[in-house]
Write a protein that binds this ligand. Structure first.
Ligand code: PMP
Length: 434
């Protein structure tokens, strides 16, 4: 019998609780390195210039085209394909998207993560569904596996992992187990521990893998290590579930950042991918994401994919009916236009480049201060986050004394650092570890 009085109070989400505390803090030199959202060098959210441009296009007023060349006194304008399409598109309305989402978005999203030359695409071994960002993609994948996966219904996630993985899988009744991932000694990959756990997991378990820029550690396997992981997964017939939330954001190179996924697909694995465009397009609140199911090469592969797509559509219908338009329209416009795509790549290099620079500066400052410990992991780690190695008491102390906000596992969002606060931040770290 349901009784509202019996509903217990749940704790506040720790991350968003921290954001709230930061906002309430009035200290003039407070630093927010908690949430995984890109900030520019003035600690402000950054709307990607390419996104701004497409936004103007989508609003129907167009934008003044940049003169490209002056030829014999005439100005020649660069008119992109997207520009032509959008200016003349009478269908830019607010009708429902198809259940599986905007096809021009999902097809390009698949190309982006699989690589445009992936044989899986022409062989019709892929089906894609637009989702509520990466979270929705992980959820749809988990829900699908909870219904149809015939192996061991247990997912192995890295220790640690993005905290939401635990609740998303347990919400659909898939128990969560962990494989070792982070070595406290080296602050790098515990590769032996990881391999041993994958070898010991029951046959045909689900293995959740971060495609690049692991959250929260910033530690990724090398390509050679990925190859060994693939061999182990094959030996045990495990099922790879890739989560990709940082393609292009990690190194600035889209092709480097999908190397692990491409390798697994090349090896003929059947697998799924949850893809987010929150970080690499700066479209956090627009919830643009995609779920991909890729099957192995087989004569009946395309029939398999058709059946899977039909079930995904039913699940999607009962969950959200139709995915949201705006973010997907922006992403689709960029991915379908070579000129805008090149601008996006440039924006990605700006974001990843600033983060890489902050890593260098932070390490140099800590080494200069003679801060106890080693700090090479700051530059060895990659992507949005760094696992500093600060302990929970140190994290609480730095928050109280220096007004520096990080999650209690000692994770910092590198994008929260900039040339104005990095000196202050390094000195605060130095003080708490002494
Ligand atoms: N997976 C990982 C590993 C992440 O770090 C994130 C973002 N924090 C996501 C998925 C999904 O985020 P979103 O739903 O905002 O796309």
């Amino acid at each position: 019998n349901f009784s509202a009085e019996a509903v217990p109070q749940a704790p506040e989400d720790p991350l968003f609780g921290l954001v709230r505390a930061f906002k309430a803090d009035q200290h003039p030199t407070k630093v927010d390195v908690s949430v995984g959202a890109y900030r520019d060098n003035t600690a402000k959210p950054w709307v990607l210039p390419v996104v701004k441009k497409v936004r103007t296009l989508l609003s129907g007023i167009g934008f003044p085209l940049a003169p490209l060349l002056h030829v014999c006194g005439h100005t020649v304008y660069a008119i992109s394909v997207a520009d032509e399409i959008l200016r003349n598109d009478p269908n830019l309305d607010h009708e429902y998207a198809p259940i599986a989402g905007i096809a021009s978005f999902t097809s390009k999203a698949a190309e982006l993560i699989l690589g445009s030359g992936s044989p899986a695409i022409p062989e019709k071994r892929v089906t894609s569904v637009q989702t509520i960002s990466g979270t929705g993609a992980v959820h749809l994948g988990a829900l699908f596996l909870s219904r149809f996966f015939t192996g061991t219904k247990k997912v192995y996630v890295s220790n640690p992992t993005w905290v939401n993985h635990n609740q998303i899988f347990s919400n659909v009744g898939i128990p969560v187990a962990q494989y070792p991932y982070f070595s406290k000694q080296t602050k790098g990959l515990d590769f032996d521990g990881m391999k041993a756990a994958l070898a010991e997991a029951p046959e045909r378990s689900i293995i959740l893998l971060h495609a690049c820029a692991h959250n929260p550690t910033g530690v990724d396997p090398t390509l050679d290590q990925w190859k060994e992981i693939a061999t182990l997964i094959r030996q045990k017939n495990h099922f790879p579930f890739f989560d990709t939330a940082y393609q292009g954001f990690a190194t600035g190179d889209l092709k480097k950042d999908n190397a692990a996924v491409r390798y697994f697909v090349e090896q003929g694995f059947e697998l799924v991918i949850a893809q987010s465009f929150a970080k690499n397009f700066g479209l956090y609140g627009e919830r643009a994401g995609c779920f991909h199911f890729v099957t192995s090469p087989a004569p009946d592969a395309s029939e398999t994919v058709t059946r899977v797509a039909s079930q995904l559509a039913i699940l999607q219908r009962s969950e959200i009916s139709n995915p949201p338009l705006y973010g997907a329209r922006i992403v689709s416009t960029v991915l379908n236009d070579p000129q805008l795509f090149a601008e996006w790549e440039e924006n990605l290099r700006t974001m990843s480049g600033r983060i890489i620079e902050m890593r260098k500066v932070l390490r140099a400052k800590l080494e200069e201060l003679g801060t106890p410990g080693t700090w090479n992991h700051i530059t060895d780690q990659i992507g949005m986050f760094s696992f500093t190695g600060l302990t929970e008491p140190q994290v609480l102390k730095i928050r109280e004394e220096a007004h520096v906000y990080m999650t209690k596992n000692g994770r910092i969002s590198m994008a929260g650092l900039n040339t104005n606060n990095i000196d202050y931040f390094a000195k605060a770290v130095d003080k708490v570890v002494r």
